[in-house]
Design a protein around this ligand. Structure first.
Ligand code: ACO
Length: 317
């Protein structure tokens, strides 16, 4: 795999910590100190599929190819207004593509899983150009009366176009079933036959347990991919980590004993945008001109499942 283009899109509404403090018993200081988040972009009148399309089109433009040249679209998504068709299929029509399309849900790790699937398609000669994307609106899963979760999230979409190449040095994804720490139960349509009790539950998160599991799994995954690629922690140009909590990423950085400039951050402005966060941060670095040919990028993410994953990609655009 080789990355040839990136894109992202965000909702227009900025919600600051102070805005939240008007709505609930919280404060800028609490949120900032506990999470590193200062503001987030939140969906108001936008539809997630339109943000996903914008991110996809920007990635295509950056790659200098057209939608019709895509051989596959893989979109990581946890929730959006459509249960079916897939987000990938909706975007396909809007960008003029005509190719197989599929969504996957590996929670916040979804973008890493999508990279894994894309690599398998490229390796087996099933595709040449693949749009790998993530579009998420986690603000629609949380209980806005639960200050311990709703302050953490923001919405957005990120995308990249990949083609054949030798960029992917190592990848690892995993899952350990554990519903207890993190889950969301949606409401299904009633039927005349349902006899069981069904409960709609907004996002539940055992914050401290997730924090510990996140640190452990990310460290483990990153060390595993570094070892598989025969690289050391200092060989990595940027650690592009899931933007859930600054303290999680900073803990990992301290363990690795590398400079803060190698751990770019955008959660301060976007909050946790689930699986879109790594894709959005990658696009930000690309557009800021911070990525150079030969740079080694380590991606890492974790989420409900409990899933986690990491990979190392050489930037060769
Ligand atoms: N404002 C003010 N006070 C709050 C808030 C808030 N927004 N939220 C909780 N509190 C209070 C609690 O009620 C509690 O008060 P009490 O001591 O009187 O009971 C106190 O703050 C401490 O609460 P904790 O939950 O223990 O706070 P903690 O230091 O663990 O921080 C946090 C909570 C930020 C959620 C932290 O546990 C965390 O970041 N965990 C990891 C979360 C994460 O990474 N999630 C994403 C993973 S998966 C995904 O991306 C979907």
């Amino acid at each position: 795999m080789r990355i040839i283009g990136t894109g992202s899109a965000h909702p227009k509404r900025t919600v600051t910590n102070d805005d939240l403090a008007q709505l609930m018993d919280t404060s800028d200081a609490w949120i900032r100190e506990r999470t590193g988040i200062c503001s987030r972009q939140v969906i108001t009148d936008e539809h997630l599929e339109d943000l996903a399309t914008e991110a996809a089109q920007r990635a295509l433009d950056d790659a200098q190819i057209e939608g019709k040249e895509l051989d596959y679209i893989i979109c990581s998504n946890v929730i959006n207004e459509y249960v079916t068709p897939s987000m990938a299929s909706i975007v396909e029509g809007k960008i003029g593509a005509s190719c197989p399309c599929v969504d996957l849900n590996a929670a916040c790790t979804g973008f890493i899983y999508a990279i894994d699937f894309a690599e398998a398609l490229l390796q087996t000669d099933r595709a040449n150009n693949i749009l790998v994307m993530a579009a998420e609106e986690p603000t629609r899963m949380v209980n806005w009366n639960d200050r311990s979760t709703c302050v953490l999230f923001g919405d957005g979409a990120g995308a990249m176009v990949v083609t054949k190449g030798n960029g992917l040095r190592a990848i690892k994804v995993s899952s350990k079933s554990n519903l207890g720490v993190l889950h969301y139960k949606r409401k299904l349509e009633p039927t005349p036959f349902i006899t069981k009790e069904e409960e709609h539950k907004p996002l539940y998160m055992a914050g401290q347990e997730v924090f510990k599991t996140a640190v452990t799994s990310s460290l483990h995954d990153l060390l595993a991919v570094l070892s598989e690629a025969g690289l050391t922690k200092d060989d990595i140009t940027y650690y592009i980590l899931h933007q859930a909590n600054f303290r999680i990423n900073d803990f990992i950085r301290h363990r690795f004993d590398v400079d803060a400039s190698k751990f770019p951050v955008n959660m301060d402005r976007y909050g946790n945008s689930s699986s879109a966060s790594v894709a959005m941060l990658l696009d930000e670095l690309n557009r800021m001109g911070r990525l150079k040919k030969g740079d080694l990028l380590a991606f890492s993410a974790f989420g409900a499942g409990f899933t986690s994953g990491a990979c190392i990609i050489e930037w060769n655009k």
